[in-house]
Design a protein around this ligand. Structure first.
Ligand SMILES: [Zn+2]
Length: 406
């Protein structure tokens, strides 16, 4: 079966996660897809196939004869879809032999995917592109990854090429940042892995941000403005003074590539009390430390000026750059992937991620885990699309890659 045929079945399941839910998985409906995947894995002949009570699906493709001593490789994808847009009642359509023009998704609602907004479309002239009817997202993020892994598993289990033992892991709740929170590393039990997620075909990601957050609280003194002379301390003005001490160009709108930033996320204030929250990002771990230090110094300076206890600052680390866990120790993960992509006739795209991935967290849990693109585009929205040929390429890249580990 080709990957897109599987994909068209998986997207019939609504698997949207829910960040307000406290259950695991966050939505019970994700388990319906998990159950279907479990059954399919069993039918394909995978061993140890199981879904645990948290909705994680695990299965094993046993090594080909003579390759049992090779390290176990994990392939990871997520089952849930984003909160930004509904994934219920997805009505996919295949635009065959795409002509390079705008794509009318929904005539009645006048929803169009314009090449002016999505210039990547032009790369796929002559290909067959799966789109939505404009009322939902498509779910290529990340059901394309699941379909591609499944198709590779089918080929391996049919003995199509030599491979090591491969562990398949499908996780819930990636989109709400809890994708690996309840993962059982004992069941993963692999030396290294790849997440198959993200966008364009050929994408190879192994660098992401180091991340921290800050909460800065300003305590003021509120009195009647008529008799405020020498007494009033306006917490809002102090917050503005604090923010002005941060480098003005180091914000998300003025940075790209490997440039880090301070992002003022929320601002809530009255004269008596004002709270600013920030996220801090940098690919370079030392530079992230310097950002934290600058914020601490700014707070200390203001406490000296306005009195001890005026400013409180709470800094917290969130996630770290997987690069440190992959390079230089496991650089073959990158070299093999690069070769596998090239061997499929695709040019590797190696941009640092300006965010985090489950693979980054897994890398720090002992499973070095770069990411490979699925071929999808414009994820999380109604204009999401994926070329069928990119899905076939992704399966070919997986084959080329797995063979290198055999
Ligand atoms: Zn994803």
């Amino acid at each position: 079966m080709r990957a897109h045929e599987r994909f068209l079945k998986y997207i019939l399941f609504d698997t949207q996660s829910d960040d307000r839910s406290e259950t695991v998985p966050s939505t019970e409906k994700q388990k319906a897809l998990g159950q279907a995947l479990l059954q399919e894995l069993q039918e394909l002949g995978a061993t140890d196939a199981q879904m645990d009570e948290n909705g994680y699906v695990y299965a094993t493709v046993p090594a080909t004869k003579g390759h049992e001593d090779r390290p176990v490789l994990a392939l990871v994808a997520h089952m849930d879809t984003a909160l930004d847009m509904s994934g219920k009642d997805v009505k996919p359509r295949i635009v065959e032999n795409y002509d390079g023009g705008d794509i009318l998704l929904n005539e009645a609602l006048s929803i169009v995917t314009r090449t002016a907004d999505f210039p990547d479309l032009k790369k796929y002239i002559g290909q067959d592109i799966i789109v939505t009817d404009g009322t939902t997202l498509l779910g290529a993020d990340d059901k394309a990854g699941i379909a591609e892994i499944m198709t590779a598993a089918e080929q391996m289990l049919a003995g199509a090429y030599p491979h090591p033992e491969v562990r398949i892991v499908f996780t819930p709740d990636e989109e709400i940042g809890r994708g690996v929170e309840h993962i059982d590393m004992g069941k993963v039990n692999a030396k290294y892995g790849y997440t198959i997620d993200g966008e364009e075909i050929g994408q190879l990601e192994y660098e992401n941000f180091n991340a921290a957050s800050a909460e800065v609280i300003f305590h003021g003194v509120s009195v009647h403005t008529g008799s405020a002379f020498g007494i009033l301390k306006n917490a809002q003005l102090m917050a503005m003074e604090f923010h002005a001490m941060l480098p003005p160009m180091e914000n998300p709108a003025a940075t790209r590539d490997r440039m880090g930033f301070y992002h003022l996320n929320t601002m809530e204030g009255k004269v008596e009390k004002t709270v600013l929250t920030y996220i801090l990002r940098d690919h370079d771990a030392d530079k992230l430390q310097q950002r934290k230090e600058l914020m601490r110094r700014a707070a200390a300076y203001m406490n000296e000026k306005y009195g001890e206890g005026t400013v409180e600052i709470r800094l917290q680390d969130s996630y770290r750059n997987m690069y440190e866990k992959i390079m230089p120790e496991h650089k073959e993960l990158i070299e093999y992937a690069r070769d596998a992509i090239r061997a499929a006739g695709v040019t590797p795209i190696e941009d640092p991620i300006r965010g985090g991935t489950d693979g980054a967290t897994l890398s720090y849990m002992g499973l070095p885990c770069p990411n490979l693109g699925t071929g999808g585009h414009a994820c999380h929205g109604r204009n999401e699309f994926i070329p069928i040929q990119s899905m076939d390429k992704a399966v070919e890249i997986l084959k080329n890659l797995i063979e290198r580990f055999a």
